[in-house]
Design a binder for this molecule. Structure first.
Ligand SMILES: NC(=O)C1=CN([C@@H]2O[C@H](COP(=O)(O)OP(=O)(O)OC[C@H]3O[C@@H](n4cnc5c(N)ncnc54)[C@H](OP(=O)(O)O)[C@@H]3O)[C@@H](O)[C@H]2O)C=CC1
Ligand SMILES: O=C(CO)[C@H](O)[C@H](O)COP(=O)(O)O
Length: 469
């Protein structure tokens, strides 16, 4: 048996398809999963291919070329620690472990610290693209031990999606937990992007009286323009799907309670910890939490008063406004994600290649969008760009669309339709472009009740006033 180029541990939704992708690209793969049924399915799917199904981790490790490359695709958290504990005595200095799960970046840093002195190299790689992307070409965001990059680069770049300019959507993000941090922010943006699309759908339904079947071609049309993206494309597909049982649009019979695995929450928590303003990402997380208390909302809907949404205008006039509002709001969410990356980069000294981050997100991943090429260009021109919105191209897109975002938010407010991500994006935009905010009064209040002091606009120093005396 030919020694394998790489071993995959965890042959679930992602792991099995990544293994098949590696094999299709010329690499011999070994696979192992705790679950015997998964091992069996892998053995069947890889019959006749350059692949080996291992019956234990030890067998998997023994089947690999040296230096060994072992890619974990198991659920984040305890399963990663469990595999590492078993793997460590089986590996030697120079071997590489890749964790491709949605791992919290501080866990990656902790695991790297625990491996220090062993010579085992560690890569925390963000992987995005879902089941299909894993098979056909995901976006990959590796970071960790820099010495590992030359050992994994040929494999990772071979299987990654390719952007329109042919570049692989896989590049080195930096040392330590950089790769997993970038993936976490990707998911934070994903939460905001998805929520905003849902709000556009809700407005079409509530304020324009449109059916799912009527909305589908609208999203398909938007997908041809500046909003072109994977998430807009799948939304057009979803909205035209009929439920075979009822004959209704399938989306209409899906319960309105969103689930989550935690990456959006981490993004928001870390933004708060770092003092970075990312309200639209956080509001997208809260939109999921409020959706999850569905029985409570049903009760509240019978008690709490507000306007009842009714048709608020001509579709031909309102739809282009929603389209431009979505574009503006989307840019605000991306700006928040990139600002968080920038702040984390300053704190962790990763030297994050911002243009490469945008470049890697151009294809393969869930947030892939036409806009990302312009974002890549903006960061290629200025890696130190503090906020995407002040880049001249995006400032001018915002100038073109901000009035539409205002009108759409106003329409939603007057109709009683909840659009938290749209509203939050607009407030973010207005706060960020305000040379003066009311925090002067807030500082006075803090000083009044807690002698917390304040600074003055006309001279340096800290001041305290005996208010009211
Ligand atoms: N699904 C997606 O779209 C994406 C997922 N991810 C991330 O990738 C990781 C894997 O996700 P996904 O493939 O969806 O998960 P799955 O649950 O489909 O697959 C994980 C597999 O790992 C197995 N496993 C668990 N513990 C061990 C162990 N100690 N040794 C060997 N195998 C083990 C599981 O077996 P068992 O079921 O018996 O526990 C399961 O078969 C997660 O971190 C996820 O967040 C990243 C991008 C996209
Ligand atoms: O990482 C992903 C895509 O990039 C996963 O699909 C993600 O786990 C989905 O997150 P959630 O279950 O919280 O919606």
């Amino acid at each position: 048996m030919q020694a394998s180029d790489i071993g995959l541990v965890g042959l679930g939704v992602m792991g099995e398809n990544l293994a098949l992708n590696l094999e299709r690209n010329g690499f011999a793969v070994s696979g192992f999963d705790l679950d015997a049924a998964r091992r069996q399915s892998f053995a069947q799917r890889t019959q006749g291919l350059k692949a080996h199904t291992a019956e234990s981790l030890a067998q998997l490790v023994a089947s690999l070329q040296v230096p060994r490359r072992v890619w974990l695709m198991v659920p984040a958290g305890a399963p990663v620690d469990a595999v590492l504990a078993e793997l460590r005595p089986l590996l030697a200095a120079g071997d590489v472990v890749i964790d491709g799960g949605n791992t919290l970046f501080t866990d990656t840093q902790r695991r790297m610290a625990a491996l220090e002195g062993s010579g085992i190299l560690y890569v925390g790689a963000g992987v995005s693209g879902g089941e299909e992307g894993a098979l056909r070409g995901p976006a990959l965001m590796p970071g960790g031990s820099p010495e590992a990059w030359p050992l994994v680069k040929p494999l990772l770049q071979a299987i990654a999606a390719k952007a329109d300019d042919g570049q692989p959507c896989c590049d080195w993000m930096g040392h330590g937990g950089a790769g997993h941090f970038v993936k976490m922010v990707h998911n934070g943006i994903e939460y905001a992007d998805m929520q905003m699309i849902c709000e556009a759908y809700f407005l079409m339904q509530q304020c324009l009286g449109m059916s799912a079947a009527e909305m589908s071609p609208v999203f398909a049309h938007w997908n041809e323009g500046e909003l072109g993206s994977y998430l807009i494309g799948i939304t057009a597909d979803i909205l035209k799907q009929t439920d075979p049982e009822t004959g209704d649009a399938l989306v209409n019979v899906i319960l309105d309670t969103a689930e989550q695995k935690g990456t959006g929450k981490w993004t928001s928590q870390i933004a708060l910890d770092m003092g970075v303003t990312a309200p639209t990402i956080a509001d997208a997380v809260f939109a999921r939490t409020v959706s999850a208390i569905q029985p409570e909302r049903v009760t509240a809907s019978k008690i709490l008063k507000g306007p009842v949404a009714k048709v608020a205008g001509e579709r031909t006039a309102v739809l282009p406004k929603i389209q431009r509002a979505l574009l503006a709001a989307k840019l605000c969410a991306y700006a928040q994600g990139f600002a968080l990356l920038k702040a984390a980069d300053r704190e962790h000294q990763w030297a994050l290649p911002m243009a490469k981050v945008a470049s890697v997100w151009r294809a393969g991943c869930i947030i892939r969008a036409h806009l990302l090429e312009d974002m890549r260009r903006a960061f290629a021109a200025n890696n130190d760009l503090r906020n995407l919105l002040v880049d001249s191209h995006f400032a001018s897109v915002m100038a073109d669309c901000e009035q539409d975002l205002r009108e759409v938010v106003a329409m939603a407010a007057l109709s009683g339709v909840a659009v938290p991500a749209f509203m939050s994006a607009l407030s973010y935009y207005d706060a960020y472009r305000s040379a003066r905010l009311p925090a002067n009064l807030l500082q006075a209040q803090r000083d009044y009740f807690g002698a917390h002091t304040y600074q003055r606009t006309d001279k340096p120093g800290k001041f305290h006033t005996r208010w009211g005396s």
